[in-house]
Write a protein that binds this ligand. Structure first.
Ligand code: COA
Ligand code: LMR
Ligand code: MG
Length: 509
């Protein structure tokens, strides 16, 4: 293992996944692809004018389709997402969903113990041997019968994994997550992935090259990997076809990741004036014309190319102790999934096991005996760049409640994240890194574009700091000071911080 150092502490059963061969494999991927990753990240920081690309017009005009979905991914009508913590792993596999999105990304704090334990749990999950005993003595075991296909979401290209060093540099986080999982589980035949936060088809090409090399190096047939790409950045919305094309041997769909998409819009247009200012987060819905343009284009693009179109996450979650909250969550999720099913999506996401039945019911009603609706071509859809960028079509206003809500949710989420939980229920909504990014970037945008609240108050750094102090005085926890300081930095520092998880990562382990 020359040139490879593992700097993280011991984690139970870690040696089983951090084997010399697995680490060599990860280091090999890092050595082959880290430089390209660095170049592509550097390109992101140049904010170019957005539009459909002239140089790839031939790809959009061409006649090609992605590889046919393998049997486990033909019917994806309900997908449950969640972190790879042990109990939740068992619960997700028992949830009755068709797919489990096993999240090493936005629902996970990349504490070293989470990174390694996640791989251990995925190892057992792939083999059907995962179980768990709770501190209260409850034994969680897998139920017999059909289980969801496991689709793993590695970290995005921007995150390092500093507990694995290759030739003196931190390893690329995405390659650690993918590499360890692929090395241990690909031979079982289902190396399936969800790819987050891509900003261009060149980033998809890089993933495709990684898959090709990984398969070659382990002697696994080309095309065994299947990847579903989250279209959750505004630049990627203009390259949906190109992304599928780059990955065509390995692609099995696109997903409309609404939360990061909103974050990306704010980030991209953060200093471009009133035309791009979003109102309170809770007032931007999927029926806003610019969001509908995005989801319609996604369905149209996927079905034209034989790929699955996957719906996104409604953030409402049930509460087993509060029937009224549950009733409202079920109603809202039903409405959201109903719109997606009618629009032609082949399935969608839920964040909680109690939401699986409602998503299933809605898609059952739409799909009937069909495993998907790839046959619904949506040739009626004609989306222009102007419609995708019509941010003002969100309507809505910026309010004091919006400022307080953004600060409150942001700080509470960071508290949870720093403590090791990357997904949290806050005020009956599912919050993860993507939704927290909206909270803090929205405040940055309001401050830097002289937004005035509906009560006449200008949004300034002072106002945000005042609210932050108020919110903090009502909270406690080991990481409160760190959470408050981090929030202030990512919401207010003049230099916009690209991802809040980058400075937050400096604070852990
Ligand atoms: C939001 C969230 C943190 C709430 O968790 P919670 O507070 O534990 O929720 P509850 O107390 O209602 O959970 C009830 C049970 O369902 C389980 N559960 C909840 N969400 C789950 C999920 N997504 N996957 C598997 N099991 C889940 C819990 O483990 C708990 O199990 P238990 O009864 O055996 O103890 C959790 O639902 C979650 O992490 N969701 C996924 C978030 C996500 O994936 N985000 C990224 C993609 S959008
Ligand atoms: O991680 C999530 O919150 C889901 C999705 O990737 C999104 O950004 O909407
Ligand atoms: Mg996301």
């Amino acid at each position: 293992m020359t040139g490879i150092r593992v700097l993280g502490g011991d984690v139970e059963r870690g040696a089983q996944v951090l084997t010399p061969d697995a680490l060599e494999f990860v280091a090999g991927l890092h050595r082959s692809f880290a430089a390209t990753r660095d170049d592509l990240l550097a390109r992101r920081s140049v904010r170019r004018p957005l539009g459909f690309l002239a140089e790839t017009a031939h790809v959009r005009a061409g006649d090609w389709r992605v590889a046919e979905a393998p049997a486990p991914l033909r019917d994806r009508r309900v997908e449950i997402t969640g972190p790879t913590e042990r109990k939740m792993t068992v619960n997700a596999l028992n949830s009755g969903a068709k797919v489990w999105l096993a999240d090493l990304e936005d629902a996970n704090t990349p504490h070293w113990r989470n990174v390694v334990a996640g791989q251990v749990n995925l190892y057992d999950a792939a083999r059907g041997t995962v179980d768990h005993r709770s501190p209260e003595g409850k034994h969680y075991v897998l139920r017999d019968g059909e289980r969801p296909a496991i689709v793993v979401r590695p970290r995005g290209w921007h995150l390092p994994e500093r507990h694995v060093e290759v030739d003196g540099a931190p390893a690329v986080g995405a390659l650690v997550d993918f590499g360890l999982h692929f090395f241990h589980n690909a031979e079982l035949g289902r190396p399936y992935y969800y790819l987050p936060k891509l900003e261009s088809h060149l980033e998809a090409r890089l993933w495709n090259d990684v898959f090709t090399a990984a398969q070659e190096r382990l002697g696994i047939p080309h095309g065994t990997v299947r990847a579903t790409v989250l279209i959750e950045t505004i630049p990627a919305a203009f390259e949906m076809e190109e992304i599928l094309y780059e990955l065509r041997d390995h692609a099995s769909g696109l997903n409309a990741g609404r939360w990061d998409y909103l974050f990306s819009i704010i980030k991209h247009f953060r200093d471009r004036g009133a035309d791009y200012v979003l109102p309170d987060r809770n007032s931007v819905t999927m029926t806003a014309p610019f969001m509908r343009a995005y989801t319609d284009l996604l369905v149209r693009t996927c079905h034209k190319r034989g790929a699955h179109a996957m719906g996104g996450m409604a953030a409402f979650i049930p509460n087993r102790r509060d029937p009224e909250v549950t009733r409202q969550a079920l109603a809202k999720v039903r409405e959201d999934k109903g719109r997606e099913a009618a629009d032609g999506f082949d399935g969608s996401w839920v964040a909680h096991p109690d939401l699986v039945p409602v998503c299933r019911e809605v898609f059952d009603a739409r799909l009937g005996d069909r495993p998907n609706q790839l046959d619904v071509l949506r040739e009626d859809v004609a989306v222009t760049a102007d419609r995708l960028l019509d941010v003002r079509s969100a309507g809505g206003r910026a309010t004091r409640a919006g400022v307080v809500g953004a600060v409150d949710v942001g700080v509470r989420y960071l508290l949870s994240w720093l403590g090791g939980n990357g997904a949290a229920a806050i005020h009956n909504l599912m919050e993860d890194a993507a939704t927290a990014e909206i909270s803090r970037s929205q405040l940055w945008q309001w401050v830097h574009n002289d937004v005035v609240l509906d009560d006449g108050t200008p949004v300034t750094g002072e106002l945000v700091r005042e609210v932050l102090a108020e919110v903090a005085s009502g909270l406690d926890g080991e990481h409160l000071a760190a959470a408050v300081e981090l929030f202030e930095r990512v919401a207010l520092s003049d230099d916009f911080v690209d991802f809040l998880t980058l400075p937050a990562y400096e604070r852990i382990d």
